[in-house]
Design a binder for this molecule. Structure first.
Ligand SMILES: Cc1cc2nc3c(=O)[nH]c(=O)nc-3n(C[C@H](O)[C@H](O)[C@H](O)COP(=O)(O)O)c2cc1C
Length: 386
């Protein structure tokens, strides 16, 4: 390895679960391989992760839904019964087969649960708003149902830990239910869960409390992280600003979290250009990139994991100027040997071109299909026929 990359291999101590041996993470990514009938991982998921077990020390699954029939896609992972633990243990084993840490991302998609809505006629949301970008009506969660969702986040965490996962990441980003509760655009409630800025934070806080309580009761060393989209701004529509996020982050870090993971640093769009750890904030007086503002604000309380268009060894090294851990999505799909190539002094052979390499990549067929359909996922060269 070239000496200049040494910083990428400096360990960081976590509050729970030991240390991260290096500064690489694999972003949470739905890879469209789960069994549509049950949401359980299939052989395709397991092979995909085995192939990426050396990609990073911190490996995250794609979003795992925590209740039945709420998922966005039929091949998204789900975990809502104890009898699924056994098959999840195979996934944990594959992820940990080279000594990395396996983290399951737990999620409720809320209004984005298009497939669940197709099956049951219901997609849940904080408020029954007619969202112009949805082709279906949403169903407002009752107060009791919200508490049940909080409990189900905890249960999913417990099941993952029982399956041998080292920890979980609470998916508070990308416009899913937790973000929907935090957003003044999506949350128009007037109860414990909404009506003021303080109350719009309650759902994120209660889910975090519950997950921490249940996870640490199951395993005192459980790693618990939280993923946040730092801003929700689309033109005139302001769901929340970076300054709002900083207040929420403060509340979350009053609890015993192990890491903070930033997603979609340029406004929360799930599309091209939304992912860059160098993105500038859209509102407020900040003059530094979003990631750096958050890193400085967190001030070493927990490691900050950042992502977005990190595509080369030089990018990964540069990312450490903006965060503590460089997390990669597209690069993990395209070149699972990214880190090993840096170690072997062959970083110039790192590539983002899937075409011509598919035999060796163990990419699930469903992932390639979704890319071919083109739904605004970050570009993977060669995955889409141009
Ligand atoms: C195929 C695909 C699936 C994704 N699924 C998730 C997900 O389940 N949870 C999540 O938080 N982000 C998800 N993302 C976003 C990534 O975690 C990441 O933030 C984004 O791809 C930017 O990083 P990159 O430029 O290195 O790919 C997904 C991205 C891709 C490409």
């Amino acid at each position: 390895m070239k000496e200049k990359y040494a910083a990428l291999f400096e360990a960081i101590e976590l509050k729970h679960g030991g240390q991260l041996k290096n500064r690489f993470a694999m972003c949470p990514m739905v890879v469209f391989a789960a069994d549509p009938a049950t949401g359980r991982p299939t052989e395709e998921d397991i092979k995909y992760f085995e192939r990426r077990s050396k990609f990073a020390d911190l490996l995250l699954t794609g979003a795992i839904t925590i209740q039945e029939n709420i998922q966005g896609h039929p091949k998204q992972l789900a975990l809502y019964t104890d009898d699924a633990i056994e098959v999840y243990s195979k996934l944990a084993e594959a992820m940990k087969s080279n000594g990395s840490k396996a983290i399951g991302q737990i999620q409720h998609p809320g209004r984005e649960g298009a497939y669940g809505c197709y099956v049951t006629g219901k997609a849940y949301a904080p408020s029954a708003i007619a969202f112009p970008f949805l082709q279906y009506k949403v169903t407002e969660l009752t107060e009791d149902e919200v508490w049940q969702v909080v409990k189900d986040f905890g249960l999913a965490a417990r099941r993952l830990l029982k399956a041998g996962f080292d920890g979980v990441e609470i998916h508070g980003a990308n416009h899913y239910l937790i973000q929907q509760f935090f957003s003044s655009y999506s949350n128009q409630r007037e109860d414990y869960w909404g009506g003021s800025f303080e109350k719009r934070m309650n759902f994120a806080i209660e889910v975090t409390k519950e997950v921490l309580k249940v996870a640490r009761a199951e395993n005192p060393d459980a790693i618990v992280g939280y993923r946040i989209s730092p801003e929700e701004i689309h033109g005139e529509m302001v769901g929340y600003t970076l300054d709002d996020s900083l207040k929420l982050i403060d509340k979350l870090l009053e609890q015993d979290l192990d890491f903070l993971d930033l997603s979609s640093a340029a406004g929360g769009n799930f599309g091209k250009d939304a992912y860059t750890y160098k993105a500038m904030p859209q509102k407020g007086d900040h003059t530094e990139p979003v990631s750096l503002v958050i890193k400085n604000f967190v001030g070493g309380r927990v490691p900050v994991v950042i992502s977005g268009t990190i595509r080369s060894a030089a990018d990964a090294l540069d990312a450490l100027n903006y965060g503590d851990v460089a997390s990669m999505g597209v690069a993990a799909l395209s070149d699972p040997d990214f880190k090993e190539k840096i170690l072997a002094d062959k970083e110039e052979t790192i590539h983002m071109n899937v075409k011509g390499h598919t035999d060796d990549l163990e990419l699930p067929a469903g992932l390639i299909e979704v890319y071919t359909a083109g739904i605004g996922l970050p570009q993977v060269e060669g995955l889409i026929e141009k």
